[in-house]
Design a protein. Sequence first.
Length: 114
Amino acid sequence: MTKDDARLRRKLVEERERLLTILAHHQVEAQPNVGLGNHMADDASRAFDQTRELTLYRQSQKTLRDVDDALAKMDNGTYGICERCGKPIDFARLKAIPWARHCLDCQMRLDQGH
């Protein structure tokens, strides 16, 4: 393992710990009777807050899966290889997003729906 690999692994482990803490303290609870109150603005605020919390929770879960997958790839020697084209992912991209699954070109194509 190179010094850069060790640094990326450390970033992944730190991100994993951060996400686990967020998920452990995150409260996503269905609020019964949303929309049945006397004030439409209050109901709308509660519904918005509930939706936002659920979205943040799901995004944290997805990122945690990506981080776990990246750590597994490090262990099996496939880390840093684009899942779409099989080419190496640029180190600058991995430094910015250590759990990146695709090289920048493939990610841009995927974002555009190609």
